[in-house]
Ligand binder design. Structure first.
Ligand code: MTE
Length: 328
């Protein structure tokens, strides 16, 4: 996350054609957003300062809904091919093991992810400690998602997992609960990176309760049809595909419902760079680099980054009326 990336201009492919503009109008209607102007404001798009854009109309993809049973499919719903298992397990951000993406795999090889349990509590009617075996009883779905790291690289990953909403419905959040806080295992004897005093361990993350209940938010328990590999957060991790990858916290041991916005690790380290929302947004640059495009692992040229990582149809309504530049 400390890596410095060169500024990237918006490629011409991102400057919207008339037909894309018209379909975007359809999207705006569907999302219940009154006018293009309102949406521009909500996106935080500054017409005059959008880098390299002759026209500043944002591109919003209209995509089919993400299927629940994607087993055997070779591409996501936008037609992007899957990354290979070797790519997905050898280029990882997992600071509990290393800040070197290629060192995570060898350093996590001996990590024992079983037995495992997750405490689910806080503002819920039915607090419970779940063993991994209990969590595997929730309906497991096959979902192909794009993972877009805040560092501007991305992959397409075939996850197995269950909707977080299934778990939350079982523990029954109190009406006063507004947020969900997630915490990673703290055990420096098994996760040597946690001995590094530079970071406020344990890794933690948070979502608004309605974000946590969205159908795309899953707890992944596997990928490519196998149990979750150690470098990807075994035995279970959050996946929130419309947000930058750091929100998708690995090796979770605690889920707590609260009425206060939770402290999260990256937001504590650098609040200006890593906001609480961290929705993928090509129009809001990171203070040190552009978010307009990304490097898909395995591809040579960069591709434009999509608003909400291409999931706007399913999630934009969560942010209706919010200024996405203030709420980055
Ligand atoms: N979760 C924990 N506990 N520790 C981490 O360092 N890194 C995050 C996220 N979850 C991280 C984490 C970041 S920055 C990204 S981009 C994704 O995991 C990467 O997931 P992947 O390695 O499976 O591609």
């Amino acid at each position: 996350m400390e890596q410095k990336l060169k500024h990237v201009a918006v490629p011409s492919s991102e400057i919207t054609s008339h037909s894309a503009y018209l379909s975007r109008r359809g999207f705006l209607k569907a999302a219940g957003i009154a006018s293009a102007a309102a949406f521009l404001a909500a996106c935080g798009v500054n017409v005059t300062s959008t880098p390299g854009a002759g026209s500043a109309t944002p591109t919003v993809t209209q995509s089919p809904p993400v299927p629940d049973n994607a087993q055997g499919l070779a591409a996501d719903e936008l037609g992007s091919p899957l990354n290979t298992l070797a790519e997905i397990t050898n280029y990882n951000n997992y600071y509990e093991f290393s800040t070197d993406k290629q060192a995570v795999n060898p350093l996590s090889r001996d990590f024992k992810a079983s037995p495992w349990s997750v405490d689910v509590g806080g503002m819920v009617q039915n607090p419970k400690t779940y063993g991994l075996e209990d969590l595997l009883k929730f309906e497991q779905k096959e979902r192909i998602y794009r993972l877009r790291c805040v560092e501007a690289w991305s992959m397409v990953i075939p996850w197995t997992g269950f909707q977080l909403s299934d778990l939350l419905n079982e523990v029954q959040p109190m009406t006063s609960a507004k947020y969900v806080h997630f915490v990673t295992l703290m055990d420096p004897s098994r996760m040597p990176g946690e001995k590094d005093p530079l970071y406020p361990w344990p890794y933690s993350e948070g979502l608004r309760l309605d974000e946590a209940m969205q159908r795309l938010t899953i707890i992944a328990t596997g990928l490519y049809g196998e149990p979750l590999p150690n470098p990807d957060g075994a035995p279970l991790r959050l996946v929130v595909p419309w947000k930058y990858g750091f929100k998708s916290i690995k090796a979770i041991v605690k889920i707590e419902l609260t009425d206060q916005r939770p402290q999260t690790m990256w937001n504590t380290i650098s609040p200006m760079e890593y906001g609480f929302y961290s929705n993928v947004n090509p129009y809001v640059p990171h203070p040190r680099w552009s978010q307009a495009s990304e490097r898909r692992i395995g591809e040579l040229s960069r591709r434009p980054t999509l608003l909400f990582n291409g999931y706007a149809d399913e999630v934009a309504s969560l942010y209706a009326g919010m200024d996405l530049r203030d709420n980055y």
